[in-house]
Design a binder for this molecule. Sequence first.
Ligand SMILES: [Fe+2]
Ligand SMILES: [Fe+2]
Length: 273
Amino acid sequence: MSPPAIPVRRMAFGRPDPATFHPLYIGGNSALSYTHSAMGLYAEHMEPFLVKSVRRVLDRVQDPALREAADRFCRQEAQHFQHHADFNKVILGHGYPDLAERVQRLKADFDGFLADRDDAFRIGFAEGFESYTTQSALHALKVGWYDNEFTLEPWGQLFKWHMVEEIEHRAVAHDLYRHLFGGWAHRAAMCWVAQRHIHRFIGDVIRLMSAVDVPRHGPRCRITAKARFYMAVSPMALRLRAMRPGYSPADLPVPAYVGHFGKDFSRRAEVVL
Ligand SMILES: [Fe+2]
Ligand SMILES: [Fe+2]
């Protein structure tokens, strides 16, 4: 039997040792590493929101294949946020004044979306967020950040696994949105809302962490002007690409190495469902 297109893997990443934690764990690069820390902190609260939002509409999905894919999407995301929650304890434990408070504000946003917004907002938000993670994941795996000689383990493997699975389930939120709601204008608007939300959070986390780390870990923790420019421009390109009327994550070319990485993680998983 061939493996499922969206395999649910239970990985056994050991939590990093807080005593040896260094914040520049992706390629030894400040902008990249802080962006990943922000993504991990975001995932801990965003992904439970995603799972709850999708589970709320699952009974309305008429297509059995899409319902199965949406269920597997939820189970993959549930694995992601549990591992990130574990790793985030190491980041938060490294002592960043105001970071925990910023994370609590993030959690309050998602609690509010679950309490006060409708399904079209939530699934549209999910679609906008997933269009960001898919494109980011394809780029990250292409340039090899997680296998870089200056990337520290197990951080690199955690994010590599997560990005592989984001690509595996890249079409689910988009297909769900189209199946239940359709409509380009609302999808594009939600793409803008969702991606602005994560980028504001990433910007805040980078500022908070870098300011604390420069005095204690040295000037490499500064964000260079070049990195600042790149971080201001590249998210906009991703956002506009995903907002265009014909966008579909199913059309994005996925290189063969993504499949090889997936097989490798399946081999190393404790369980694959
Ligand atoms: Fe995820
Ligand atoms: Fe995802």
